[in-house]
Design a protein around this ligand. Structure first.
Ligand SMILES: [Fe+2]
Length: 209
């Protein structure tokens, strides 16, 4: 497709988004399955329902633009999803996996937020108010979903994910103490190592419930 006008570019971007949303409808159930937090799983499930609605809205946009609903492979979303799938294969502690799933999902959300921002601005420039209005409804849901993920991360998942840190840190400290003792001939550990482990361990304990 040649892009002679901004309208051509708009149709092209809508096709890209149509494909991206469809890719997400296949990826979100996998993220939901990989989540260990019930709240995170239900966040992915409810965003899956919304995403199906985003596909339908884009079909309405095609109709308003008098174009056939047709997708164009979105390599950006494919890459983000591929990284998320690779991560699901990793052997991780439950809370660490949840924290990583949030990171993967937020990458996808931010990609969409950017793309919807662009097509809304172009639709407005082309005075396609009805198209802009539909796209704005989806943008609002993408932003809300992103904020919900941030809230979930901050309401305990990130903290729970630090739970393994205290043991690791203590093991690291033992190594460090040994090394310090070797290099200085003293049993006294370095101040900075002791200080850092104190604060990390306190946070990790707070995360265990
Ligand atoms: Fe979406």
């Amino acid at each position: 497709m040649s892009l002679h006008t901004l309208r051509d570019a708009l149709v092209d971007e809508i096709r890209d988004l149509y494909n991206a949303e469809k890719q997400l409808t296949k990826a979100l159930p996998k993220l939901a399955k990989g989540a260990t937090s019930d709240e995170l799983r239900s966040a992915f499930e409810s965003h899956l329902e919304e995403t199906e609605g985003h596909v339908t809205r884009l079909e309405r946009v095609f109709e308003l633009l008098d174009e056939k609903p047709r997708g164009k492979h979105c390599a950006g979303m494919a890459g983000i999803i591929e990284e998320g799938s690779d991560m699901l294969e990793e052997d991780a502690e439950d809370a660490v996996m949840d924290a990583c799933l949030i990171a993967a999902a937020q990458r996808a959300e931010h990609y969409e937020i950017t793309a919807y921002g662009t097509v809304i601005a172009w639709a407005e420039a082309l005075e396609l108010a009805d198209v802009a209005e539909i796209l704005n409804e989806t943008l609002a849901e993408e932003k809300a979903s992103d904020e919900k993920l941030t809230a979930l991360a901050l309401s305990g998942i990130n903290e729970a994910a630090t739970a393994g840190e205290s043991e690791d840190e203590e093991a690291d400290d033992d190594d460090m103490e040994e090394e310090n003792a070797k290099s200085t001939g003293s049993e006294q550990p370095a101040m900075s190592a002791k200080g850092a482990s104190g604060s990390r361990a306190t946070r990790a304990r707070g995360g265990r419930r």
